[in-house]
Each structure stands twice: as structure tokens, then as C-alpha cells.
Design a protein around this ligand. Sequence first.
Ligand code: CA
Length: 228
Amino acid sequence: MQPHVLIVEDEDALSELLQYNLKKEGFRVSVAADGEEALMLVDERQPDVVLLDWMLPKVSGIEVCRRLRSRQETRNLPIIMLTARGEEADRIRGLDTGADDYIIKPFLMKELFARVRAVLRRIRPGLADDKVTVGDIAIDRVAHRVTRNGEDVHLGPTEFRLLDYFMQHPGRVFSREQLLDAVWGSDVYVEARTVDVHVGRLRKALNKHGVNDPIRTVRSAGYALNAD
Ligand code: CA
């Protein structure tokens, strides 16, 4: 699965350079030129990591970061700030606001890729590996196999994709619409309650081999896979 990077940058030349290089490196890319657009895009479809310029028109990078951190759905979204300022006070302020990392302009693409991958590995080990374990659940994407407490869990293809997605974002709450987008694709028309049906099946299959229900239903918000 290609990691999805949202670039938030108002300098066209840098934005284009980032798009070109990130695509070449195998990332899926979307772009916003100001803070307001960035927040809108994240609402529509959550990226895996945000590259966020500090100085932006309309809503500043710091403010975007603060808002993303204050919302439950985006609290753990990896954010790397891009800034031309190198002052220590600003760095600390940025990290206080909740950015995961920092890159000072100008930077080498090589350095940027390394930072992006490091943040993804730390926060979303699911993107980097074929085998992922969350709590007592293990998924092997290559062998298409799921186990809980060492016992095979039999899943249909949709339930497998759902679990795979949850396991890339343990603890994060997804709305039905976000799950539809991520698992079924935004070009397919499926009713939101279809998600409930498949989450129900996934839950039933998982709970045959464990005592705790690993999937949390969050009232009027959606579903999450418990992180431990
Ligand atoms: Ca800027």
C-alpha cells in the first residue's frame, strides 16, 4: 500500500519539487496551498503523513497543527513541519504544538524521505511491514493470514481489508465514511450501514479466539481498533 502524503506549501516551486520527488519515491501525494485547504483535505481523506509549511496564508502551519491535534480523528496523524526559521524557540513551539518532526529549509530530498519514513515507522509500523501485530492480533499481508492468540481467524476479503486498515492505525477512530473511502474506494457507491455489517462480521470472527472485543464502537463517530 502506498503511503499517502499531504503537502501543505504555498511556494509553488517547492510544492512541485516535493510532489515530483515523493511520487517518484512511491508515495501517493495530495497538495494544499494554504492552511484552510489543508484542513479541508484532511477532513475529506486522511493522509498518512502531513508535510506542513510553517508560514502559510489564511491559517498558519502552527494553527493547522494545533487544530489537527485537538481533534480525536487526527490526534495521532503524523505531522512534519517545514520551516525556514531555525531558531530554537520556534522549534520548541512547533514541537509543543504537536508536530512529530521538523525540517529546516533548505533541505535535501534524501533527508526528507528519511524523516518521512522514520515518522511512518514510528507511528504507523503497519505501512512498513508485511507482518504486523497489534495486541494479540497478527496479520500477514503476503500470506493473507490473520491470527489471534496464535489461532487462525478466517475472514472474507472485505473483512481482511478492514482489519488491515485498522491495524495500520491502531487506536484511531474512523467514521463510516472514512472506512468506506479507504476500504471500498471513493468511486464505489455503498451505503454507510454496509460498514456496520462488515465490522460486525470482523468482530465476530476475531472474538472467536479472544476474550476482549478489540474493536471499539465510538458513538456517533465510528470505529477504532484498540491499540494494545
Ligand atoms: Ca510558506
